[in-house]
Write a new protein. Structure first.
Length: 107
């Protein structure tokens, strides 16, 4: 250990680690290379699904805006799009958590 004084940052980190130990909170586990690759793949697939949905949404929106009664339909299209985005994000987060806890795929 060096003789230099600790920075405020280092002292704060030590306090936070001590508080975590007192509360019984475990430190985050380090991920294996297989887990990191699996998480990267999950994120890539989710990003592709979001991009695909974005393209479909824009196409649907354009069609609806050309329709004379499109204002009523536009709200429905936007709600479906928002719902799909939330679902894709939730699926991605769930799959990543499964990989981190060892319950999911790790290629």
């Amino acid at each position: 250990m060096s003789d230099r004084p600790k920075s405020a940052y280092e002292l704060t980190l030590e306090k936070l680690k001590q508080q975590d130990r007192e509360r019984g909170v475990a430190a985050p586990a380090t991920l294996s290379e297989a887990q990191k690759k699996s998480i990267a793949e999950i994120r890539k697939v989710a990003q592709a699904r979001l991009a695909e949905r974005e393209i479909l949404y824009r196409s649907e929106r354009q069609k609806v805006l050309q329709d004379p009664e499109g204002a009523a339909k536009l709200e429905k299209v936007e709600e479906e799009y928002a719902s799909d985005r939330r679902r894709i994000d939730a699926d991605r987060d769930r799959q990543i958590e499964q990989v981190r806890t060892g319950k999911g795929r790790a290629t």
